[in-house]
Design a protein around this ligand. Sequence first.
Ligand code: ADP
Ligand code: MG
Length: 244
Amino acid sequence: MIAELRSVEVDYGRRGRALGPFSLGAAPGEIVAVVGPSGCGKSTALRLLGGLEQPTRGEVRRTVGRGETAVVFQAPTLAPWASAGANVALPLELAGVADARARADAALERVGLSGHGDASPAQLSGGMAMRVSLARALVTDPKLLLLDEPFAALDALTRRRLVEDLHRVWDQTRPAVVFVTHDVEEAVYLAGRVVVMTPGPGRTAAEIAVDAPLPRPEGFRTSLGFREAVAAVEAALALAETAA
Ligand SMILES: Nc1ncnc2c1ncn2[C@@H]1O[C@H](COP(=O)(O)OP(=O)(O)O)[C@@H](O)[C@H]1O
Ligand SMILES: [Mg+2]
């Protein structure tokens, strides 16, 4: 496992339990999606996997360092005063890498934004800004990529394109990916395994394997396998809601 939560629980003071007991691991090269109701602890679980927060109880095991982990959040976190290229180069510059800007341009090319390095974040559409965030996450060639509802603010068509882009760039270096989303179809399309959480404090309600190659074959979205997996995840979510 690249990173693993073992029966973790997180308490936030007097507000009580935010997560768990919850277990989740990401194997090398695997794409896992996590879906669950708002407030169940998805973001908390992601922060634990990234080593950004410690559990109250339970254990977090990581075989990757901070520098080998990249996190992408929903809200655009690009520095508005710096160009797209400078934003992407920033993690490399912080690490003291010499050819930071050249590698940033290569990362922008990987997400379909070659030639946009000099654009300022304000000039970019929401989809382009998210591509820049993805490029910034990928520029250090992370072994673990954590994404917290990254496409939630975007329209459906842009989201679908970004999922295809994510598969394409994932396929080049195959990092382990943990992807949190509200969107069941997005989860099933994206991941080899979908973990469904209960309402907060979140536990595992179900785990659904999606048996099709990654990146997805042509026509996967209209296949029976896709629709059956979507139905299974939706049923598990509904059951977890009623049981709560
Ligand atoms: N820093 C914090 N302090 C206090 N409570 C928090 C904090 N972060 C999250 N929570 C609470 O923990 C629970 C889980 O939050 P979160 O992980 O953000 O859920 P999700 O991402 O699934 O919507 C929620 O009830 C939330 O209000
Ligand atoms: Mg969240």
